[in-house]
Design a protein around this ligand. Structure first.
Ligand code: ADP
Ligand code: MG
Length: 503
């Protein structure tokens, strides 16, 4: 292995049933560097780390570590540790009811009589030298989450640690705690530890990392020196471009004159989303865009009351309304097609007909069942209108293709005649033809006066359908684009923020 390199992974492949999570991925870590591993949710970051730490066996590929001649095989986290590879996971796996010192040494004292005095002394030294604000005898649960995490890191680096892996360590830390963690990371780096840093916070990557490896859909996109990769290019490489030959839909409402407001939220917040302001005009199609994990789904879930709403004021057609659960939203004319149709949307065993009438039935109340004849008529109507390909209204929805399932959920909401329809990733994982149909349908509904909020990971699709884009980064709204600004480049620059000057 080259000098100064502590770890190489080459040609790593890993499949799960139905998913190629890693497809021929390379990764190299230098001694004393902080190396960010980036990619949208589902890109394969955690899988790569789990292969490296022996949690999952790899299907193919080679792993080399410094100081070992042959390729190594890592069959368990313990073996990884023996090679000097340690991980601190998102969910801290320490024992809250033990002391800080006990947590640092537990499981590592086997076979020897425990010398508590010596252990506490060693813990004290380590905590001091790493600048971690905790005392050895303190109960771990009395420490802040950030400090607990730092204790986990101290534990990891006290063994012969060459490679330290931090998988989204900052996701629940505040700014001060992040600064503290970064200080610790830089300190370890100076001692020669190679750090793999997984995060989805762009700003943090630029603050602390030396190099970046980007994954997308299980494939390696590239490896870059941080200073040579402007933030906007990082975003572009994470998102990639879908080169689909979709017929271009002519957009009627290219210029967004502000329409009469239908729905407006001020300071709306939920347990999952930070306070935000938002409105949509009558007959407007707008959308939330941003990287996966930027908070776009959480925003619309707050609007629909799908997560617990914690504050804010909401108006519908100028009147104050209260939406604290989905039924409130539905009663006020809001429909919502969730991101994960398998989990939140479709009921696979139920017939197409029963799936279609579901929302209307809920809205009417279970005490007022929709008659079989009515249900049949509704189902027929929408199967025709949306060209749903099904053998009959009786067919279990689970046997339909993904695109047709999605149309069934769309039909479910259209049947309630909402004034405002929220579509979260309505076209993900469905065939290109159906995608285009759904986009056309959205534009047609808007023409007829319905307001639609659309979310898609494909920026091009958003640009084709939306007349206003609300851009999110790290759980905040960071921009709003209309008119001439509705270009791929504007969107990516806004998502990337800062750091774009050196392009
Ligand atoms: P990331 O950490 O970048 O968000 P992951 O490595 O967790 O991505 O996931 C990559 C892909 O592998 C995703 O499609 C995910 O659904 C799939 N995947 C991950 N772990 C498993 C598992 N244990 N079983 C099945 N599929 C998995
Ligand atoms: Mg992950």
């Amino acid at each position: 292995m080259e000098d100064g390199i502590v770890l190489t992974m080459r040609g790593i492949c890993k499949s799960f049933p139905g998913v190629k999570a890693l497809d021929n991925v390379d990764f190299t870590l230098r001694k004393g560097e902080i190396h960010a591993l980036m990619g949208e949710n589902g890109a394969g970051k955690s899988t790569l780390i789990k292969v490296l730490t022996g949690v999952y066996p790899k299907d193919a590929g080679e792993i080399h570590v410094e100081g070992v001649q042959e390729a190594i095989s890592i069959r368990s986290p313990q073996e990884a540790q023996n090679y000097g590879i340690s991980t601190v996971y998102q969910e801290i796996s320490l024992c809250p009811n033990l002391t800080v010192a006990e947590n640092m040494f537990i499981g590592r004292t086997s076979g020897k009589t425990v010398n508590w005095k010596a252990m506490e002394k060693r813990a004290e030294e380590l905590l001091d030298s790493l600048g971690i604000p905790a005392r050895p005898k303190q109960q771990l649960s009395d420490c802040s989450l950030a400090v607990q995490q730092m204790v986990a890191i101290a534990r990891a680096v006290d063994t012969e640690c060459k490679v330290l892996i931090l998988d989204e360590p900052t996701s629940s830390l505040d700014d001060k705690e992040v600064a503290m963690l970064f200080r610790l990371m830089r300190d370890l780096k100076a001692r020669g530890v190679g750090i793999v840093f997984v995060t989805h916070f762009l700003e943090q990557v630029y603050e602390v990392s030396d190099r970046i490896t980007v994954l997308r859909n299980g494939e390696l996109v590239g490896e870059y020196e941080v200073e040579k990769l402007p933030q906007v290019e990082l975003v572009a490489s994470m998102i990639g471009r879908e080169l689909e030959s979709l017929s271009v839909i002519k957009k009627e409402t290219a210029t967004a004159e502000r329409k009469e407001v239908l729905y407006e939220a001020k300071n709306l917040s939920s347990t999952e989303s930070r306070p935000f302001d938002f409105y949509i005009g009558k007959g407007e199609v707008n959308g939330f865009t941003g990287l996966l994990g930027s908070g776009r789904s959480e925003s619309v879930r707050a609007i629909f009351g799908a997560d617990t709403v914690t504050g804010g004021e909401v108006m519908m057609e100028g009147k104050k309304i209260r939406v604290s659960k989905p039924l409130d939203a539905m009663k006020n004319g809001i429909g919502y097609l969730p991101e994960d149709r398998k989990r939140d949307g479709i009921i696979a065993d139920l017939s197409v007909r029963d799936n279609i009438i579901l929302a209307l039935q809920v809205l009417r109340g279970m005490g007022h069942p929709i008659s079989r004849a009515k249900a049949e008529a509704f189902a027929d109507e929408y199967i025709k209108a949306l060209e749903i390909k099904t053998a009959s209204t009786d067919t279990p929805v689970g046997s339909l293709s993904g695109g047709n399932q999605q149309k069934v959920i769309l039909a479910r909401w259209l049947l309630t005649h909402p004034k405002y329809l929220i579509l979260d990733e309505p076209t993900r994982g469905i065939d290109v033809g159906t995608k285009t149909e759904i986009q056309r349908l959205v534009l047609k509904l808007a023409e007829e006066g319905m307001s639609v909020t659309f979310i898609s990971s494909e920026i091009e699709e958003m640009l084709r359908t939306c007349s206003r884009l609300i851009v999110m980064r790290d759980r905040n709204i960071v921009g709003e684009l209309t008119g001439d600004e509705l270009t791929q480049s504007h969107v990516m620059h806004t998502i990337a923020g800062g750091g774009g000057e050196n392009e």
